[in-house]
Design a protein around this ligand. Structure first.
Ligand code: THU
Length: 159
């Protein structure tokens, strides 16, 4: 038997130490929580993606009375960006969540399904996507979705 140890590098920043572009992306994600449709969970998530041309596109979670028919903020936003700007690489995504009347203290991290979609997007554009996970106490930054999805299944397996 041998063991494989997988390591993940996450940078932890106070918001003030983020770059101006990152702060803007995070602010846009926070703003997007206000337009979330989350009547069932009350957990309002906002996401904002940065395209290679500098444009920022935002979105939020969209719930449904038939629960699985809803969609997370990250996928709503990435799919919208890819649907409207199919030739633009996505360079970064910021995520924020509003719950119980305030932004969460802990960082919000993407669910497994959204990680898989972010992986597909990285592979599609051959560009790592920086993930900015906002919490009011800190911002976690991963340089690529691959850091959040070890041993991932991607398109290369199908070749
Ligand atoms: N949600 C997101 O939009 N993104 C995440 O990263 C985690 C969860 C949504 C799904 C659902 O509408 C609500 O948050 C509660 O799970």
């Amino acid at each position: 038997m041998k063991e494989i140890n997988l390591t993940t590098k996450i940078a932890v920043y106070p918001l003030e130490e983020c770059s101006e572009t990152e702060k803007k992306l995070i602010e846009t994600a926070k703003e997007a929580t206000k337009k979330a449709y989350a009547p069932y969970s009350g957990f309002k998530v906002g996401a904002a993606v940065l395209l290679e041309n500098g444009r920022i596109i935002s979105g939020n979670n969209q719930e449904n009375a038939a629960y699985p028919s809803g969609l997370c903020a990250e996928r709503t936003t990435v799919f919208f960006a890819n649907a409207t700007h199919p030739d633009q690489k996505i360079e970064a995504i910021a995520i924020a969540a509003w719950h119980n009347g305030k932004f969460t203290d802990d960082v919000i991290t993407p669910c497994g399904g959204c990680r898989q979609v972010l992986l597909e997007t990285e592979n599609r554009f051959h560009t790592p996507i920086k993930i900015l996970m906002y919490g009011s106490e800190a911002v976690y930054v991963a340089d690529s979705i691959k850091d959040l999805l070890p041993l991932s299944f991607g398109d290369e397996m199908l070749k």
